[in-house]
Design a protein around this ligand. Structure first.
Ligand code: TEU
Ligand code: CA
Length: 550
């Protein structure tokens, strides 16, 4: 099958935009749709095929839009429905589709449905949510479940004399997917957006929609796949779109239940096995970074093998909830540029669809905040309360949040060295990283050996080499603690991909590598060919891809 016959999302590279931090066009310090439109040429130049647009719907912005108060309105701070239609049209003219982020596991506590639900037990909207009576023995909440962002997952509403459930917190009440009337409302919303010509959906926390509260089954509940299949039948079937569900619970042995072609559910999942493997068992993301390369590459290989012949992988290291890859996995010091390229190459040349997160294409780094007052994320601030109550010191918490907190990805995109990095002419809603003078789009794009140019080459390689989208995957040197090596094979071609994950020059025992003659199609240092010898000398963070005929 030629590239042309594969669905567009298998040869395209995606780009995630967190609108609040991308580009501000009206000087209020908040990114917006006008700002995105003004940067479409930057994205066209990068070569991406679609944008995953984090929520722009009406919202009180407690969770920066992942708390929706009107599914058919654009948040005024981001613009209007006309602005949205202009974005879809102008992006399409540049060969870029818009994939919307859809948050339908929960809504905002300011959504009309919830406001009605709190007025009466008898209105139809009441059972759009999960309500429980107080426990007779304690007069307290039904159980001790904690919310992701701190506090109890149960909140009392006097007017109806019941508790409601919020997995993330009181301001994001869970939608009751067991209610067919609620599902119909959600599917109507989805079709309303699809009929506006969007390219698909990234579905927030899809693993939570089938929960069985009374048996305390919160993830991948008994009805989850039934609901996703119903969503597919009601909204996706027959449309040329891409759907990707976020699931922190998905594993290689459950992956095909979500994205196997015959399942008719979603096209891909965002799994997090390679992400939270490095999280502290007790403190989660707010503990030390426990990254271990052999574990990391084993997990990636497991997913490559699980979806080798059916389903499809998403490939990413970064999104709006995660630290900046160059700080977390690479080097944000002397080898920042080279390690950013190594991380990108070893991720992008696997089988699947790569997702670039805004700013990754120029190697933006973690925020390195020094004051609690600089943090904005509801989860970070919620966990601060929980963890300091457990005796964690404020400085220890700041150190933990600087490693893995969600604000690391949410500092404004650094466009140039002008005030506020060219993100806004106003006061930014969150501090711009002080290193913007040295790390910005204008500087990086002026460098033919910059990170942006390298990402352009990666995107082009994917589009021009069938082996990248269709070749098999085999991990090599699996136990080597320093180097990630794998090979792709398609017909008579082999692509060897290798990345040194360390800041040290090392010599790789090349015994496991098959013949090493071939053409270097991409490298992050100048290297023409690979001499056939027993050991391969590698510079710190060196990466290359070698194409050979077998
Ligand atoms: O995130 C899912 C989610 O639960 C993560 O926030 C993760 O579990 C948590 O950070 C662990 O520390 C999605 C969105 O990506 C996120 O931005 C939203 O805050 C969340 O859902 C609620 O919509
Ligand atoms: Ca703005």
């Amino acid at each position: 099958m030629t590239q042309a016959m594969q669905p567009w999302w298998k040869t395209a590279t995606g780009y995630q935009i967190y609108p609040r931090s991308f580009c501000d066009s009206n000087g209020d310090g908040i990114g917006d749709l006008g700002g995105i439109i003004s940067k479409l040429d930057h994205l066209r130049d990068l070569g991406i095929g679609f944008i995953w647009l984090s929520p722009v719907y009406a919202s009180p912005m407690r969770d920066n839009g992942y708390d929706i108060s009107d599914y058919r309105q654009i948040a005024p701070e981001f613009g209007t429905l006309d602005d949205f239609d202009a974005l879809v049209t102008q992006a399409r003219d540049k060969g870029i589709r818009i994939v919307m982020d859809l948050v339908v596991n929960h809504c905002s506590s300011e959504h009309e449905w919830f406001l009605k639900a709190c007025q009466s037990r008898d209105c139809p909207e009441h059972d759009f949510f999960y309500w429980r009576d107080q426990r007779p023995d304690t007069n307290g909440p039904p159980d001790d479940q904690r919310a992701c962002f701190g506090g109890s997952a149960w909140t009392w509403v006097e007017s109806v004399g019941r508790y409601y459930y919020g997995h993330f917190g009181a301001q994001q009440p869970e939608l009751n997917w067991h209610n067919p009337a609620l599902r119909r409302e959600v599917f109507d919303v989805m079709n309303w957006w699809l009929d506006k010509g969007i390219g698909g959906f990234r579905i927030d926390v899809i693993e939570l929609i089938g929960k069985d509260l009374d048996n305390r089954v919160y993830v991948e509940g008994p009805d989850m796949h039934r609901f996703i299949a119903e969503m597919h039948a009601a909204c996706f079937a027959g449309r040329d779109i891409m759907t990707v569900g976020e699931s922190w619970s998905a594993k290689p042995d459950t992956a095909l239940l979500y994205c196997g072609k015959a399942r008719k559910e979603v096209d891909m999942v965002f799994n997090f096995n390679h992400i939270d493997a490095a999280w502290d068992p007790d403190k989660g993301r707010f503990g030390p970074n426990l990254f271990d390369l052999p574990t990391h590459k084993r997990i990636l290989a497991d997913w490559q093998h699980a979806l080798a012949d059916d389903g499809w992988n998403s490939l990413y290291l970064s999104n709006h909830d995660l630290p900046r890859p160059v700080s977390h996995y690479g080097c944000d010091g002397p080898f920042r540029v080279r390690s950013a390229k190594m991380l990108a190459m070893t991720m992008h040349l696997m089988k699947g669809t790569p997702f670039i997160y805004q700013g990754e294409e120029i190697g933006m780094t973690n925020a390195n905040f020094t004051e609690l007052g600089q943090f904005r994320d509801i989860e970070t601030l919620g966990q601060l309360t929980e963890q300091t109550a457990r005796g964690v010191s404020r400085q220890e918490f700041i150190d933990g949040a600087n490693i893995n907190g969600r604000d690391n990805a949410r500092t404004p995109v650094q466009w140039d060295s002008s005030a506020h990095a060219g993100f806004t002419t106003g006061d930014p809603w969150i501090d711009v990283n002080a290193n913007y003078v040295d790390i910005n789009v204008e500087l990086d794009r002026a460098d033919p050996n910059g990170i942006f140019a390298f990402y352009q080459d990666l995107v082009a390689l994917r589009e021009n080499l069938d082996i990248v989208t269709k070749g098999s995957f085999a991990s090599l040197c699996s136990n080597d603690p320093n180097v990630f090596v794998y090979e792709r094979v398609l017909g008579t071609q082999r692509l060897l991909v290798l990345g040194n994950f360390t800041n040290k020059a090392i010599s790789l025992d090349a015994g496991e590598l098959s013949d090493k003659d071939g053409k270097v199609v991409l490298s992050n240092i100048t290297r023409e060919t690979l001499k056939s010898n027993e050991h391969i000398p590698l510079e710190p963070y060196e990466a290359f891809a070698l194409l050979s005929d077998i």
